[in-house]
Design a protein around this ligand. Sequence first.
Ligand SMILES: [Fe+2]
Length: 389
Amino acid sequence: MQNYFLPPRIEFGDGAIQNLGEHIKSFGCKRPLLVSDAGVMNAGILAKAIEALHASGLPSVTYLDIEPNPTDLSINDGVAAYKSEACDIVIAVGGGSVMDAAKAIRLLTTHAPPLEPYYADVGGIERIRGDMPPLICVPTTAGTGSEVSQGAIITDTSLNTTDRWRKRAIVTPFNMSNIALLDPGITLGMPPALTAATGMDAITHGIEAYVATKYHPIAEGVALQALRMLSANIQKVYHDGGDVTARGEMLLGSCMAAFSFQKGLGAVHSLAHQLSTDAPIPHGVANAILLPPVMEFNFSHATEKYAEIARVLGIDTSSMDNDEAAHAAIDKIRAFNRELNMPKGLGDAGLDRAKIPKLGADAMLDHCHKFNPRVCTEADMAALFEAAF
Ligand SMILES: [Fe+2]
């Protein structure tokens, strides 16, 4: 039996954030908890959200204590803020960390703490109900697509050691936001390096989802269209951050790519997840570096699909057979990495080579590679880290 979950309402357009207050009222809510972080505040984006609330006569209760890899501790504090202020809806304004934190905060407003029983690795999906307050997500980067994804990644400090698996996922269809407000205008100020990293994260989502092994034709179609939009615009936004049309294509493309990865992700994400706390290498940068070697590794198990990807990446494959086209797709990813000034390898990005065996073992514990087109062993994971080094 297959279960497909379609995205919630998506409002897309320059200036969409101005409608935030009216969307809150449409749920009959009066006291939003605005979850964000210092970076979003300093970029002046939080002020736009607050302005929109005030214009609708709503109060602005903010919780900004979200770190780049949000921990269970900041979730607990966010829940306390929600309850002490008697809030009735959660609004996330930020990147993936903020949106993931908002999902976990919202969960614990109606589910007994701590987070422990709700993590995917202990069967949490069975314990999560739909009776949660509404969530509106306003993504400020074009990458994670967390506004429509079913996962929330939390760093579990209760494990209390860096020698153990610490990043854990809460996965449920109820994690999708009730409304995703996609406003390209608020992404115009993203610096080029962040634009490149988040954009390559989105491209990785599309590619891994398209070749992932779950049967989900809806997601496959969306992944291809997302890749068309992302690959046609990533260079434009890197070189001209003020191009609002291209920013919009990236924002909507990243949302679509994230929707598509309910079909599954792959080995790139299992490997990259190990690098965000220990190395640390930003998630999108890790994906960009790891994507070509993982595509080489998967090659014989996904040749036809990589050939199709070559076409949506804009390569003229009319004189190529599938093998040649699939290789051209991998070359195109390498060309993007060069043009976007990505580090040449994981070593160049700051990884200590001695950590590879341990990171390879940890990558096996990550759920993403279960849908990779080629089965991965611990030795494969270590070899892929080496190939990307
Ligand atoms: Fe990702």
